[in-house]
Design a protein around this ligand. Structure first.
Ligand SMILES: [Ca+2]
Ligand SMILES: [Ca+2]
Length: 389
């Protein structure tokens, strides 16, 4: 056998041995001893890719942000067997950040069944991701605090996958009480809730900034607030895809009680599909949503009983839209002023006849803002054709 061939075979055999997966280990953490480690960070330091760290259901006070060091490992907490709620708590003691991923963590870095609470940092009190996209499942971020991104701060393309998680009572003195994303991040957030988060500037629950393409599916936004716009979500130069999400009781002293889309999204515009906006509030208008210098696409939207109006600013709509003062109108046929089962030229004529009408007698004031105006015209046009109900 020629020497070269022998060498190649030897190398192939050797590489086969070397690439054979090392058996993944399970490392255990608990405070009282009897486990492999008493500190979460010590367990991470000792772990190799593929390992699982199981953390007992106790409260771990974090003196320095827990850092996964780029390792593809699973951090798994304990759950209440009845409710499924996480019982393992990482507490920042209102002194520092709780968790960070700074080394290009990918989906193989998994956080499961964990509570991240009482973290404080300039960016990302609960969690900070820089160019990292871990997997987050059944986690709770609560009572965290920052200038931006109280619960979580995502930057430089960080695109974590977040499922079945909760962001509750987090706060920011600037933007993104729950989450702040900047510079091309595309987190996927599914079946999760944002409740009682607050921002002094914009985006009580979530603030997307500078080319963020978040994908939100079946998320609820309830009781979030921001002082200067976007009580629920603030989309600034961003193009999120928001599907089957519900916005209720969010508020702002600016525009966009539920959502504010703003500042010329040069990369595209937000897309909303089958979302519901009810009982949100905006002092300056756009109780449900307001858009400025961007043109979001709305499909299957239901916006009703927001204050002082429903949806303001530019948007592109498609069918099955209900933008109406009363939610009960959504069950009939919004825009069908003549009640003949079709939104057509006769309804448009009625609206134009009442153009500028103010007060309660104006039947063509479809969105209930007190005037028959362009917003009502949009409702007619968005629902053009045979009634679906
Ligand atoms: Ca009609
Ligand atoms: Ca109106």
């Amino acid at each position: 056998m020629p020497q070269t061939l022998t060498l190649i075979i030897t190398l192939l055999t050797l590489s086969n041995v070397l690439s054979r997966p090392v058996r993944a280990e399970t490392l255990t953490v608990c405070l009282e001893g009897g486990c492999d480690f008493t500190s979460i960070q010590s367990a991470i330091d000792a772990a190799s890719n593929g390992d699982v760290i199981e953390i007992a259901g106790e409260t771990y006070f974090v003196d320095q942000a827990v850092d996964t060091l780029g390792k593809a490992i699973v951090l798994r907490g304990a759950i209440d067997e009845v409710t499924g709620a996480p019982l393992t708590v990482l507490d920042g003691q209102s002194a520092g950040r709780v968790l960070q991923c700074l080394n290009e963590e990918g989906p193989g870095t998994v956080f499961e069944n964990l509570v991240f609470q009482s973290g404080v940092q300039t960016q990302g009190g609960g969690m900070y991701c820089d160019g990292s996209s871990p997997t987050i499942t059944n986690c709770t971020f609560t009572n965290n605090f920052a200038v931006s991104g109280g619960g979580m701060y995502l930057t430089r393309g960080s695109s974590p996958s977040i499922t079945n998680s909760r962001f509750t009572n987090n706060a920011a003195t600037y933007r993104g009480g729950g989450i702040y994303t900047i510079d091309g991040c595309a987190p996927s957030i599914t079946d999760s809730s944002f409740t009682g988060n607050n921002a002094v500037n914009r985006g009580g629950a979530l603030s997307n900034f500078n080319g963020s393409a978040a994908r939100l599916t079946r998320c609820t936004f309830t009781n979030n607030a921001a002082e200067d716009g976007g009580g629920g979500i603030d989309n600034n130069n961003s193009l999120p895809t928001i599907t089957e999400c519900t916005f209720t009781f969010n508020s702002t002293n600016g525009r966009g009680g539920g959502v504010l889309n703003s500042s010329g999204s040069f990369l595209g515009a937000p897309t909303f599909t089958d979302c519901t906006f009810t009982e949100n509030f905006a002092t300056e208008g756009g109780g449900g949503m307001h858009s400025s210098l961007t043109n979001p696409t709305l499909t299957g939207t239901r916006a009703c009983e927001n204050t002082p109006d429903q949806i303001t600013g530019l948007y592109t709509c498609s069918g099955d839209q209900c933008v109406s003062a009363l939610c009960s109108d959504c069950d009939t046929c919004p825009g069908d002023l003549g009640e003949d089962g079709e939104v057509n030229g006769a309804d448009l004529t009625t609206l134009l006849d009442q153009w500028g009408c103010t007060g309660e007698d104006c039947t063509a004031d479809l969105d209930g803002n007190g005037t028959v105006d362009g917003l009502d015209l949009v409702t007619i046009l968005c629902n053009w054709g045979a009634c679906s109900n």
